[in-house]
Design a protein around this ligand. Structure first.
Ligand SMILES: Nc1ncnc2c1ncn2[C@@H]1O[C@H](COP(=O)(O)OP(=O)(O)OP(=O)(O)O)[C@@H](O)[C@H]1O
Ligand SMILES: [Mg+2]
Length: 708
């Protein structure tokens, strides 16, 4: 098997039973997955549609599909299912709608929709001061990720507060059922429940899937663990690959000990460790190993490489965030112009989205093209949410969250009192709000004028809905609706400027075009996959759209030679020749929240003693350290993205909430082996600035030639 080392080949060829590949960053875990898929199809004749590969981001799924595509020439990979866990769950629910306790055309609620539902319940029970919707949602999410139903959550609650949240959880689930909606966590929890309780469904799926592969397995949560187990069944034909040192989703319920649990559940589990790193130079690897050595480990791993020592890593100390950004931007431009370093080979990685802004400004000022993953989501924009809400209502008339969003967009003069009466009436009759609007009995509760407005809205929705259902292309009906409500006019009247109004309409146009494209794709899929009852219903399109996060969308616009800007979370699994890991300061990385957790723990006398236990191993195992450990893993993920060069930066001061604060260097810098780090002394600051100046001149010169 070419270009696989013996261990990798062993992992690829072991196709009969359960297999775990546990290995450090850059050791070829993802390569094992793609090669194995190709091997199963080519050498074992497994049909592509009987293989399921699961990842955590849309980008990773798409890349994997593309890689397998190049390995398998000539269409034998068609029908292969590579997707995120959530997309897989959605597809399963669409095929098993009734068994899963849903009705056709169910809605997918995002975090904001879910918060709207919770807010209603909090208000109704006068709990708005007790807990925020976001905090309640986080707790509910953890219960769901641990597969705890509301009743069990209530019976295991330790105190009144937990009991109150468990009660809220129950009400929230009832609302979702009434709205015929799922939230993101349900996309995993519902399939698990279905497969657990319904033997026929379970056998159907187990027969359908001949081999299941999971990348980044360390980030699976309890529900995802169960889902994998139920899908593979007793045969256990699966391959999972992971690295406990790269587990960075504990805050979302990820359980790296899922790696260890596998051994208990599958006694025949084969474990393969990979130790050769093919990605990074020796110095980068030493830094990575040095840092992660401060964490306790589930598995002991050694990583080596034969790529040579490489360049020393640097730490640039900057005055403030603007200086940090300018220095990095200037250096990027300089190396691009003088060393022909492609912009696309460079990544700027940071802990939190808000850190991106100064870098965007600085790069723009130097006309360096860049590409930002994440940031304000396309789907968080008001105009996109408005049109999406209309879409959702057309797809699912019971979607009350969508109804409330658009009832006065454009303005219909339907006031809060009217809405409250409508809601009370709807609740009494157990009707969705949109249906209540058209109910003949509503007239007893509302004055004529208000009634007329509501009826008009209901009529509009019903009419467009039947058009959407009748049309071969439901997107045309959506376009017609946007025209009919004169959404463009509403934008003009409500945007702060004409330019802003145009931008909003551009986004709406983008959304519609995109929907059109998805519709075509879905139609093609349905034609190929005759077993799917999915078709191209509007609700499918809406659900697909909701699942695509901003990364996906922006990836489409990617292309061209651009610097990558992204968070450490988004960078997982990726690699870049040159990496800038910026904002290496306490409170940024490690993130403030993890520091607070550590402080809280230290303040509790009974746990203080525990902090000593890690001392002899050098590992950070003390109380309150789990957050810090996760931050350390994030830093490890960042370092191990780099192939050739790695540059850390930090600022001495930074503006935070409107005031300038002094910043401490990140503790992680001190944990790195000093011999591998080069810290140019601060007089070089002016150096970088001089370079920036020189670069600007060079750029101007280059421009002179290329413009002609
Ligand atoms: N046997 C090999 N020969 C040559 N190159 C390899 C080999 N195995 C992996 N690589 C290369 O090493 C790099 C890292 O591989 P890959 O991304 O699969 O690692 P990984 O273990 O999944 O990393 P991460 O933990 O960051 O996800 C890739 O560029 C890949 O093409
Ligand atoms: Mg990988």
């Amino acid at each position: 098997m070419p270009s696989l080392n013996p261990r990798q080949a062993e992992a690829v060829e072991h196709t009969g039973g359960p297999l775990l590949v546990i290995a450090g960053a850059g050791s070829g875990k993802t390569r094992v997955i793609t090669r194995k898929i190709a091997h199963l199809i080519r050498a074992h004749g497994v049909p592509a549609h009987a293989i399921v590969a699961l990842t955590f981001t849309n980008k990773a799924a798409r890349e994997m599909k593309a890689r397998v595509g190049t390995l398998l020439k000539g269409g034998s990979g068609r029908g292969l299912k590579v997707s995120t866990f959530h997309t897989f769950g959605l597809n399963l629910l669409r095929r098993e709608v009734e068994g899963a306790g849903l009705r056709l055309g169910f809605s997918l609620f995002d975090a904001e929709d879910a918060a709207t539902v919770l807010k209603e319940h909090l208000r109704e029970h006068a709990l708005a001061d007790a807990v925020t919707p976001a905090a309640a949602l986080a707790r509910i999410s953890r219960w769901k990720n641990d597969l705890m139903e509301p009743a069990r959550a209530a019976s295991t609650a330790d105190d009144d507060f937990e009991a109150m949240l468990a009660d809220l959880y129950g009400r929230y689930q009832q609302s979702l059922t009434a709205y015929n909606a799922c939230d993101f966590d349900d996309l995993i929890a519902r399939p698990v429940r279905l497969l657990r309780d319904d033997r026929d469904a379970r056998e159907r799926w187990q027969n359908r899937i001949r081999h299941l592969l999971v990348d980044e397995y360390q980030d699976t949560n309890g529900a995802q663990y169960e889902l994998v187990r139920l899908l593979v069944g007793p045969r256990g034909a699966f391959t999972v690959v992971g690295d406990d040192d790269q587990s960075i989703y504990a805050w979302r319920g990820a359980r790296p000990d899922n790696l260890a649990r596998l051994r208990d559940h599958y006694p025949t589990l084969r474990v393969v460790m990979l130790e050769q790193n093919y990605r990074s130079s020796a110095r980068i690897l030493k830094l990575a190993n040095g840092l992660i050595g401060h964490n306790p480990h589930l598995f002991d791993k050694r990583l080596w490489c034969d790529l040579g020592p490489g360049e020393p890593a640097r730490v640039l100390v900057c005055r403030d965030e603007a200086h940090e950004a300018e220095r990095v931007a200037a250096e990027i431009q300089h190396t691009h112009l003088t060393k022909d370093r492609p912009y696309g080979s460079i990544a700027i990685l940071y802990r939190s989205n808000h850190q991106a802004r100064p870098f965007e400004q600085a790069l723009r000022a130097l006309s360096v093209p860049y590409f930002l993953s994440g940031g304000t989501s396309f789907f968080a924009r008001a105009e996109v949410k408005d049109v999406m809400a209309y879409l959702r209502l057309l797809a699912n008339p019971a979607d009350d969250a969508a109804f409330l969003r658009v009832v006065n967009v454009p303005r219909r003069e339907i006031g809060p009192t009217t809405l409250q009466r409508l809601a009370a009436f709807a609740a009494e009759g157990e009707l969705p709000l949109a249906a209540a609007c058209a109910d003949p009995l509503l007239g007893e509760h509302l004055p004529k004028r208000q009634l007329g407005r509501l009826a008009e809205l209901a009529g509009l929705l019903a009419e467009q809905r039947s058009q959407a259902q009748a049309a071969a292309n439901p997107v045309a009906a959506v376009r017609a609706l946007v025209e009919r409500i004169d959404y463009a006019g509403w934008c003009r009247d409500n945007a702060p400027s004409r330019a802003a109004a145009e931008r909003r309409m551009d986004n709406v146009a983008d959304l519609l075009d995109w929907l059109e494209r998805l519709h075509r794709e879905a139609a093609a899929d349905a034609a190929k996959d005759a077993g799917s009852a999915a078709g191209t219903r509007l609700s499918d399109l809406v659900a697909r759209l909701t699942l695509l996060d901003v990364l996906e969308r922006q990836d489409e616009a990617e292309g061209g030679d651009r610097v990558h800007l992204m968070t450490l979370h988004a960078a997982k699994g990726l690699e870049f020749p040159h990496v800038y890991l910026v904002g290496m300061e306490e409170a940024l990385l490690p993130h403030r929240s993890s520091l607070e957790e550590a402080e809280d723990a230290a303040a509790r006398p009974e746990t203080v003693a525990d902090t000593d236990t890690g001392a002899d191993t050098g590992a950070d195992t003390g109380a309150g350290q789990t957050g810090i450990q996760e931050e350390r893993r994030l830093c490890y993920v960042g370092i191990t993205r780099a192939r050739q060069s790695l540059t850390f930066t930090r600022a001495r001061r930074r503006r935070r909430y409107g005031e300038t604060v002094t910043c401490e260097p990140s503790r992680f810098l001190a944990e790195l082996p000093a011999a591998e780090l080069h810290q140019p002394d601060s007089t070089q600051r002016s150096d970088a600035e001089a370079r920036a100046h020189g670069s600007a001149q060079l750029a101007a010169l280059k421009g002179l030639f290329t413009d002609r």
